[in-house]
Structures are given as C-alpha cells and as structure tokens.
Write a protein that binds this ligand. Structure first.
Ligand code: SSA
Length: 143
C-alpha cells in the first residue's frame, strides 16, 4: 500500500464519470464532498497487499493516526488513488481495504470522510505547507 498524506486547509471533490465499469454504488450526497482542517490520505492499494489485507489495514490506520496526532487534527479524509503504484490490487480488494481503513480510523475516534471509489473526480486541495504537511508511507505485509 502507498499512502500520500497531505495536511490541508480543505479538500473538496466532485464525481465526474465512471472510471470502472462497476464503480462503488453511492448515494447522491456522496457525489460532492468537502472537509476542512483535514489530513488527506491518498491511498493506492497494491497487489502485494492481497497477501494479508488485515495486516495492511491495521498498519495503515496506525501510521495515519500517528501523523494525525503530530499535525493535531481529528479530521481524516481517505481518497482512493490509483496513481501511487504500478502494481495495483484488483478493485474488489482495494475497495474493501479502503473501507476497513475508514472504519479503523473512525473506531480510533477520528472524523473520517472518504471519496467514492471507481470514479473520475475533480478535486481541490489546499496544502498547509508546514514541514509535516507532505508525507508518504509504504506499507508491505510481512506475514
Ligand atoms: N488498487 C486501487 N487502489 C486505490 N484505488 C483504486 C484501485 N483500483 C481502482 N481504484 C479506484 O478506481 C478508479 C479507477 O482505477 S484505475 O486503475 O485508475 N482505472 C481503471 O482501473 C480503469 N480505467 C481501467 O484502466 C481509481 O480512480 C480509484 O478510484
């Protein structure tokens, strides 16, 4: 799994077209979204993660919580992003993993948003620019 973490004043997105034949079914209210004072986590789920998705989810939640504590935000936005890796997991696995990361962060007490999976989306992001505002993590299952 590749994670790009951007501490932002805001992120906003708008769903455009389908990027997959069968994207995640979403309610009308998920077609646009915005979050403020937020740690945005752009996540590419990788083929290697299919070996132990549970482990990768647990470690991703831990890494994201650590950064959220450092930058002092309780708001996290999970953004499915297929461009941080050339070895992507198949969409069915990727969506499940992303939903579990969202759930894990919520269980850790964070306000969590997530962008819809399998769509082309327009987005605007305002990076805060401080020394910890741009970080990345690579998580590979050991087990
Ligand atoms: N492994 C993955 N990790 C994160 N997001 C993914 C992954 N696979 C698919 N997606 C989601 O599905 C969308 C399309 O994925 S994609 O790989 O870019 N494109 C496609 O698969 C098709 N356009 C055929 O190439 C991405 O924008 C993202 O929302």
């Amino acid at each position: 799994m590749r994670v790009l973490l951007i501490h932002s004043d805001y992120i906003e997105y708008e769903v455009k077209d389908k990027a997959l034949k069968e994207p995640e079914p979403i309610p009308e209210e998920m077609k646009k979204g915005r979050m403020e004072e937020v740690l945005v986590a752009f996540i590419s789920v990788e083929k290697v993660d299919e070996k132990n998705p549970e482990e990768v989810v647990a470690r991703a939640v831990k890494e994201i919580v650590e950064v959220a504590e450092q930058v002092k935000t309780k708001n996290v936005f999970v953004y499915p992003f297929a461009h941080l890796s050339s070895e992507l997991a198949k969409p069915s696995v990727a969506l499940e993993v992303l939903k579990k990361v969202e759930e894990g962060l919520r269980n850790a007490g964070y306000n969590v948003g997530r962008a819809p999976f399998g769509y082309y989306k327009a987005f605007k992001l305002s990076c805060k620019g401080h020394p910890l505002a741009e970080l990345s993590r690579t998580i590979v299952p050991e087990g």
